[in-house]
Design a binder for this molecule. Sequence first.
Ligand SMILES: *[C@@H]1O[C@H](CO)[C@@H](O)[C@H](O)[C@H]1NC(C)=O
Ligand SMILES: *[C@@H]1O[C@H](CO)[C@@H](O)[C@H](O)[C@H]1NC(C)=O
Ligand SMILES: *[C@@H]1O[C@H](CO)[C@@H](O)[C@H](O)[C@H]1NC(C)=O
Ligand SMILES: *[C@@H]1O[C@H](CO)[C@@H](O)[C@H](O)[C@H]1NC(C)=O
Ligand SMILES: *[C@@H]1O[C@H](CO)[C@@H](O)[C@H](O)[C@H]1NC(C)=O
Ligand SMILES: *[C@@H]1O[C@H](CO)[C@@H](O)[C@H](O)[C@H]1NC(C)=O
Ligand SMILES: *[C@@H]1O[C@H](CO)[C@@H](O)[C@H](O)[C@H]1NC(C)=O
Ligand SMILES: *[C@@H]1O[C@H](CO)[C@@H](O)[C@H](O)[C@H]1NC(C)=O
Length: 299
Amino acid sequence: MKPPQNRLLLTAFLLLRCAMCTFSAKNCPNCGTTPVPYPFSTAPTCGDPQYKIRCSSGTLLFDTLNSSYQIMSINPSIQRLVIQPASLLPNTCVTSDYIHEGIWLNESLPFNITSDNTIMFLNCTESLLRSPLNCTSTSLCHVYVNSSKGEAPCRAASICCTVKVGGSSTAHRIRVRDTGCRAYTSFVDLDPVLPVDKWSDPGLAIEWVLPQEPVCGSQADCDGNSTCGPAANLSGAGRCYCTGGLHWDPIQGICARYATCQNDGSCGGSRKTALIAGTFSGQEFSPFNHLISLFKMFD
Ligand SMILES: *[C@@H]1O[C@H](CO)[C@@H](O)[C@H](O)[C@H]1NC(C)=O
Ligand SMILES: *[C@@H]1O[C@H](CO)[C@@H](O)[C@H](O)[C@H]1NC(C)=O
Ligand SMILES: *[C@@H]1O[C@H](CO)[C@@H](O)[C@H](O)[C@H]1NC(C)=O
Ligand SMILES: *[C@@H]1O[C@H](CO)[C@@H](O)[C@H](O)[C@H]1NC(C)=O
Ligand SMILES: *[C@@H]1O[C@H](CO)[C@@H](O)[C@H](O)[C@H]1NC(C)=O
Ligand SMILES: *[C@@H]1O[C@H](CO)[C@@H](O)[C@H](O)[C@H]1NC(C)=O
Ligand SMILES: *[C@@H]1O[C@H](CO)[C@@H](O)[C@H](O)[C@H]1NC(C)=O
Ligand SMILES: *[C@@H]1O[C@H](CO)[C@@H](O)[C@H](O)[C@H]1NC(C)=O
């Protein structure tokens, strides 16, 4: 039997632990008026720490290895966020992130550049003419630069190139440098048939891998719907695995019921779910398709 003071101490300890607990699946508060959806984390006490972004005077910022970019939108249902590409230095065709050689995502983090981007490299050297990029005189970048919406200083630079890139686990960089191009811009879901004045503003789409269950040091880090259990590749730490027939919903960041088997109790336990999810995540489905397939199995 524990003396009451001990129990009090234990409670205080647990409360303290939870106050310091960095691994909660809790949503972060709004940044100004902008919601911060799960798994994004603007503070150690909310979101998933792998998905750290910054909130600065009501604006969300995405940090790359060497710079940071304003986040224009976040769409959790397709795991896509759009950042604002670097602007040009005044009166030149050189982007402000040129000193950092452009955009370079930390390859240890679960983000990459998606294939929804049409990237235009501007102010390029002749060496680009031998590249697989479209650097012809009819290339879309010329149409853009020539237009009233285009970057006026770049009209003086004769070589520009257009390319659709990304969509692979190695798409982490948009490189600008002296021996290549000194500026770039990007458009998300661009329909090249539309006139330039119908294009949306420049943006660069970045995709994230769906988060795994929250990391835990002990049961105190998990909510009542999950159990702290050992996790592969996490020395000393575990993850909060869902219990009671609930499954991990990586979009909402909660343990949720299956939509299709709410009433008949035929859903397997969390172990079965984990195995199925594991099988799918190794395949070439987009994160969104993989969720759809997962739900279909229970129809
Ligand atoms: C293109 O880049 C070079 C090298 O940085 C720079 O000196 C030049 O001003 C740029 N061209 C234009 C039109 O801004
Ligand atoms: C970018 O950041 C990486 C990692 O901090 C560093 O090694 C590299 O030198 C930086 N590159 C530039 C061009 O700033
Ligand atoms: C890249 O991300 C990893 C994992 O979070 C982190 O440990 C590392 O410090 C980051 N690298 C840089 C240069 O920021
Ligand atoms: C380059 O892009 C233009 C405009 O979209 C297109 O007409 C042309 O066929 C492309 N050239 C090459 C070599 O891909
Ligand atoms: C862009 O403008 C230049 C100079 O006015 C012109 O020579 C070129 O044909 C134009 N290119 C396109 C693709 O509109
Ligand atoms: C990068 O994108 C590919 C293709 O969409 C995806 O399968 C992969 O999981 C992503 N990897 C990272 C680290 O973001
Ligand atoms: C664990 O690490 C091994 C070896 O580094 C790797 O092959 C495996 O994919 C990792 N598993 C997970 C779930 O990250
Ligand atoms: C447990 O899961 C159920 C069903 O999703 C939910 O209604 C309840 O709020 C959850 N409880 C906690 C502590 O998260």
